[in-house]
Ligand binder design. Structure first.
Ligand code: SAM
Length: 236
């Protein structure tokens, strides 16, 4: 269970109404039961139920059962698409392990705004599902061109360019020997990237245009494929 509260031996952790409903109503736990907790900072903790009520409750952290496992220093930049598909991308990225999820507005992005709080809740749920101890931060929607204006030189970009579909420009071609350090993956919207964006990225020394194979993938499929490729070529 994710809690937005410090965790340490003997630390009392108050529960929200929803959390109490889940633990005591749905899971039918009572006082004395054990619950596994994480807050994205202090690793995983075993906690005991000290108070159980309909509208709240209190857990007391007892011992750390796993240290904080940080994901690779990888950001996922993607252009938000339809709601359900955007949710899918955030969920899968959190499951697969990224440090930061950054929705970006590109020339052909249709979404004008995102529900950052809802997407962050999806990331928390996904981390809970897969037993993670870290939750990636979901950033607010930012314009890609502005982001590239201040792009940190040391952070490489795996630029997934649909124009390269079917051409031999796989990630492993660039980085057969590995490339440690910070990375970002960039996935475009349904309409793909504009020529101006392509030119801009081509002029950025840290950006490397790659192909995800011979077929044009849907953006949500492309995000999962890119994460998998990056992890198999460069992850540890
Ligand atoms: N409308 C575009 C077209 O017809 O060429 C397709 C865009 S695709 C649905 C969405 C995004 O997924 C692309 O911008 C790119 O980032 C990524 N993508 C999909 N297939 C890809 C491939 N074979 N190689 C590299 N990137 C790909």
């Amino acid at each position: 269970l994710y809690v937005d509260h410090p965790l340490g031996a003997g630390q009392s952790v108050p529960l929200s109404r929803d959390q109490a409903h889940y633990l005591f109503g749905v899971m039918r736990l009572g006082v004395g039961a054990q619950v596994s907790l994480f807050n994205g900072r202090d690793g995983e903790w075993r906690a005991d139920v000290a108070e159980a009520g309909k509208r709240g409750g209190v857990l007391v952290a007892a011992e750390q059962t796993a240290p904080l496992r940080l994901p690779p220093d990888l950001w996922l930049l993607f252009a938000p698409i339809k709601k359900a598909r955007t949710d899918f991308i955030v969920e899968k990225a959190a499951e697969m392990g990224v440090a930061r999820i950054m929705p970006v507005q590109t020339r052909f992005t249709n979404a004008e705004r995102i529900r950052q709080d809802r997407l962050q809740a999806h990331a928390i749920e996904a981390a809970e599902q897969c037993g993670g101890t870290h939750v990636p931060e979901v950033a607010g929607l930012q314009r890609l061109d502005r982001l590239l204006d201040d792009w940190p030189a040391e952070r490489r970009i795996m630029f997934c360019d649909e124009a390269l579909a079917g051409r031999s420009s796989a990630l492993t071609g660039h980085f057969a020997g590995g490339a440690p350090g910070p990375w970002a993956i960039l996935i475009g919207p349904e309409g793909g990237f504009s020529e101006a964006e392509r030119d801009r990225l081509a002029a950025l020394p840290s950006a490397h245009a790659v192909s995800l194979g011979p077929r044009i993938l849907r953006a949500d499929t492309a995000a999962v494929a890119a994460l998998t490729l990056w992890q198999s070529a460069l992850g540890d």
